[in-house]
Design a protein. Structure first.
Length: 336
């Protein structure tokens, strides 16, 4: 999307906030840059920078850099990541993701009465990689900006809760570091939060938790395709109730950055890429993830939080309780 003159101020504001959050994150490792950027953005966006003049640029900054970040993420994951986990680790992640998506979408519609789009984004965000997964799924399922922002805020805050809780309960409940790695890598949402949570435990968890996480990231494209197909079926069924012309199935649209992610992942799986390239891609992806959260925070207004906050916070809390419980059960069954 072309950057217009009225967007410059908002883009600069979002980038500066993201940069400050990144610089301050070493002093607040428990929160991490992503959560810090989002929380600061919510406060500043509803006070100092509440003026409408910032809106267009902030909206641009929260949408488009993360797409580049998701595409570049493919340069840091490979099909070989699965080998180091063994079959039990791979099966654990696949079952954990499947059950999380199934539960989150079911409880979202039946209990919390959220829209199908919100339920799909919550399922993808919790099962895969937080805001990056939501950014990938949102255009594929036709979600509105408010639905996307609320889902990202809920999933990100849930990730912060897990960051505090898992380093305590993981070593207390699970007998070895590989199991603790599976718990952290299989439940915490963002890549940065996984690294931060693992560092609070230490030892080999720092090495293996991100590998479990990478397998979830590898499955991103599969989840997007599934969600797009599901949304297509829902829209076709809804149209069929009001129009006889709705028998034609809606076209499934996969975002360009998910396609590029798959291509980069396949290249990285079979070709040894220069470290400077993969390291640079990792840094860009990490920073653009912080930019995304900063923009979402700046755009998330109190009115939106008030209208859906309690419901979504309850939704997020129930989701992470389920995730942790089912993960521990699967770990004992498959890896015990």
């Amino acid at each position: 999307m072309k950057i217009k003159r009225n967007m410059v101020a908002g883009i600069v504001l979002t980038l500066v906030l993201a940069l400050v959050a990144k610089l301050l994150s070493p002093f607040l490792p428990t929160l991490g840059a992503e959560a810090l950027a989002m929380l600061a953005g919510i406060v500043l966006g509803n006070t100092v920078f509440a003026n409408q003049r910032w809106g267009a640029g902030v909206t641009w900054a929260e949408k488009y850099p993360i797409e580049i970040g998701i595409a570049l993420l493919g340069l840091n994951v490979t099909l070989q990541n699965m080998e180091s986990l063994g079959w039990s680790g791979v099966i654990f992640i696949l079952l954990q993701m499947f059950l999380t998506i199934l539960f989150v979408m079911w409880i979202g519609g039946r209990v919390f009465k959220v829209s199908p789009q919100s339920a799909m984004m919550m399922g993808a965000g919790n099962a895969v990689c937080g805001s990056s997964a939501i950014a990938s799924v949102a255009p594929a399922v036709g979600a509105t900006d408010d639905q996307r922002r609320t889902s990202v805020a809920t999933v990100s805050l849930a990730g912060v809760v897990l960051l505090f809780v898992l380093p305590v309960i993981g070593p207390a409940i699970l007998p070895n570091n590989m199991m603790v790695s599976a718990l952290i890598g299989g439940t915490v949402q963002s890549v940065g939060q996984v690294a931060g949570t693992a560092s609070l435990v230490g030892g080999s968890v720092v090495t293996y938790a991100p590998i479990f996480k990478m397998l979830r990231v590898i499955m991103l494209s599969v989840v997007v395709i599934f969600m797009a197909n599901h949304a297509s079926k829902l829209s076709t069924q809804a149209a069929a109730t009001t129009s006889a012309k709705a028998s034609k199935k809606a076209k499934i649209s996969i975002p360009w950055f998910v396609t590029v992610f798959i291509i980069f992942m396949l290249i990285n799986s079979f070709v040894t890429l220069p470290h400077v390239l993969t390291n640079s891609a990792e840094q860009v992806t990490s920073f653009f993830g912080v930019v995304n959260l900063a923009g979402i925070g700046l755009n998330l207004k109190w009115s939106t939080i008030k209208s859906s906050g309690a419901k979504f916070l309850g939704y997020g809390l129930v989701t992470i309780i389920f995730q942790v419980a089912i993960a521990i059960a699967l770990i004992y069954v498959l890896m015990g």
